[in-house]
Write a protein that binds this ligand. Structure first.
Ligand SMILES: Cc1cc2nc3c(=O)[nH]c(=O)nc-3n(C[C@H](O)[C@H](O)[C@H](O)COP(=O)(O)OP(=O)(O)OC[C@H]3O[C@@H](n4cnc5c(N)ncnc54)[C@H](O)[C@@H]3O)c2cc1C
Ligand code: FES
Length: 366
C-alpha cells in the first residue's frame, strides 16, 4: 500500500515538473517577446541586429556566419565553441561537459545552447568569419568498398574554395525535421580549388551518409566550409605521419597529395587500418605515389584474422602496432590522425612514446 502511494507521488511530481517545463517552453516560444537584440561580434567588427529568442548558432547562421556544428546544434559535439563576453546568460549543464575550466574562465560557450534574450557580445575567430556557403553539382560518384563511396562535387558559378589540407565541410542534408548539417573531410587536394571530393562511409539509418550515398551525377548539394584546425608544418625537414581507419582516409588523401605537390622530396608515412581485405581502397594509387616519391611510405594493416581465401602479405594487427614497428624514435615529426576514438587514443600513446609533443598531433575523431 505504502509503495503504491510512493509511486503515485513520484509519478505526479514528475508529471507536474514535465508540464511546467513544457509550459515554460511554449510560453518562451509564443508569448515572450525579447524584441530586437544587438549582436556585437569582435568589438564592433560586425554589428548585427536581430530578433531575440533564437539560439546564437542559428542567429549567426541566418546572418551567414557559419560556426562548426557537426551534430547540427544538438549539443553533442562541442564544436560550436565561441567566446561570449557579455549577455549570454548563465552557463548551462548541457555545455559544461565540452568546456575545460580554462575555457569557462575565458567565457567560452556552446553557440547552439546559448539563447539570445538581450544584447550579446561575442568574439569569433577570423577563420570562422571566412567560412562560406557553397552550392555544387555532383560530378561523379564511385563505390570504393561495400560501405564507402567517393563523391566529387564541382562548385557552381566558378566559385573556389580555399582550404588547408585536412579541413572539412558541413553538408546540408534534408530530413523530416528540416535540413541538418553533417561534417565530412575534404579528400581532394588544395590544388583543386573548384572541386570538393568526399569519402563517405554509410552509417545504417544515418541521415547525412544515406543522403550522400544516394546522390547521382548532376544532383545539387549545398555545404558550408572550410572548417578545422589542422595546420601543416611548413618546415620541409619535419616528417609527416598520417594515420587513418575507414572513412578517416579522406583528410589523409588530401594532406598527402597536397604535400607532394609542394614538396616532392618530403618524408611522409601513411598508416591505414582496415579490418579485412574488403575494407581496402586507394592502396594501388598510394603504391604508385610511393614509386614516384621515394620518401613516401605506405603501410596498410588488417586487424581481423585472415580468412583462408584472403591473400595478404602486408601488416596484420591494429594500426598502432604498425606505427610502433615502423617509426624510429626522436625524429622531428607532425602527425594527423582520423578515425574512431580508440584508434586515436592508441596511436597517440605510441607517437608520444616516439617523442612527439601533444601540440604536434592533430586529430579528428569520427
Ligand atoms: C570533423 C569531422 C569530419 C568527418 N569526416 C567524415 C568523412 O570524411 N567521412 C565520413 O563518412 N564521415 C565523416 N564524419 C562523420 C559524419 O559527420 C557523420 O557523423 C556520419 O556520416 C554519420 O552521420 P549520419 O547523418 O549518417 O548519421 P546520424 O543520422 O547522425 O546517426 C544515425 C545513427 O547512427 C549512429 N551513428 C552516428 N555516427 C556513427 C558512426 N560513425 N558509426 C556508427 N554509428 C553511428 C547515431 O548514434 C545514430 O543512432 C566526420 C565527422 C567529423 C566530426
Ligand atoms: S553544434 Fe554540436 S554542440 Fe553545438
Amino acid at each position: 500500500m505504502s509503495f503504491s502511494i510512493y509511486l503515485y507521488s513520484v509519478l505526479s511530481f514528475s508529471g507536474l515538473v514535465i508540464l511546467l517545463a513544457a509550459g515554460l517552453m511554449i510560453a518562451e516560444r509564443f508569448l515572450i517577446n525579447y524584441g530586437i537584440c544587438k549582436l556585437d561580434i569582435n568589438a564592433g567588427e560586425k554589428p548585427l541586429e536581430l530578433e531575440g529568442g533564437q539560439t546564437l548558432l542559428s542567429s549567426l547562421y541566418a546572418n551567414e556566419i557559419f560556426i562548426p556544428s557537426a551534430c547540427g546544434g544538438k549539443g553533442s559535439c562541442g564544436h560550436c565553441k565561441i567566446t561570449v563576453t557579455s549577455g549570454g546568460g548563465p552557463l548551462l549543464p548541457t555545455e559544461t561537459p565540452y568546456l575545460t575550466r580554462k575555457e569557462i574562465r575565458s567565457g567560452a560557450r556552446l553557440a547552439c545552447q546559448v539563447k539570445i534574450r538581450e544584447d550579446i557580445y561575442v568574439r569569433i575567430p577570423e577563420d570562422f568569419l571566412n567560412v562560406k556557403l557553397f552550392n555544387a553539382t555532383v560530378e561523379s560518384t564511385r563505390r570504393l568498398t561495400y560501405d564507402i563511396k567517393e563523391i566529387r562535387l564541382k562548385l557552381d558559378d566558378s566559385q573556389e574554395i580555399s582550404q588547408r589540407p585536412g579541413q572539412y565541410v558541413q553538408v546540408q542534408a534534408p530530413s523530416p525535421d528540416g535540413p541538418v548539417f553533417r561534417a565530412y573531410s575534404i579528400s581532394s587536394p588544395t590544388y583543386e580549388p573548384t572541386v570538393v571530393e568526399l569519402v563517405v562511409r554509410l552509417v545504417p539509418g544515418g541521415i547525412g551518409s544515406t543522403y550522400l550515398h544516394n546522390l547521382n551525377a548532376d544532383d545539387k548539394v549545398a555545404f558550408t566550409g572550410p572548417y578545422g584546425d589542422f595546420y601543416l608544418n611548413e618546415d620541409p625537414s619535419v616528417e609527416i605521419i598520417c594515420v587513418g581507419g575507414g572513412c578517416g582516409m579522406a583528410p589523409m588523401k588530401n594532406i598527402i597529395y597536397s604535400l607532394y605537390d609542394r614538396w616532392p622530396n618530403r618524408s611522409c608515412w601513411l598508416f591505414f587500418g582496415c579490418r579485412t581485405t574488403e575494407d581496402i581502397f586507394y592502396l594501388e594509387r598510394f603504391k604508385d605515389l610511393e614509386r614516384k616519391h621515394p620518401n613516401f611510405h605506405v603501410i596498410y594493416a588488417l586487424s581481423d584474422e585472415l580468412k583462408p581465401e584472403e591473400k595478404w602479405d602486408g601488416e596484420t594487427g591494429f594500426i598502432h602496432l604498425a606505427v610502433d614497428k615502423h617509426l624510429e624514435h626522436g625524429i622531428p615529426r607532425q602527425a594527423f590522425l582520423c578515425g574512431p576514438p580508440l584508434m586515436i587514443e592508441a596511436v597517440t600513446r605510441v607517437l608520444e612514446e616516439k617523442g612527439l609533443r601533444p601540440d604536434d598531433i592533430f586529430y579528428d575523431e569520427f
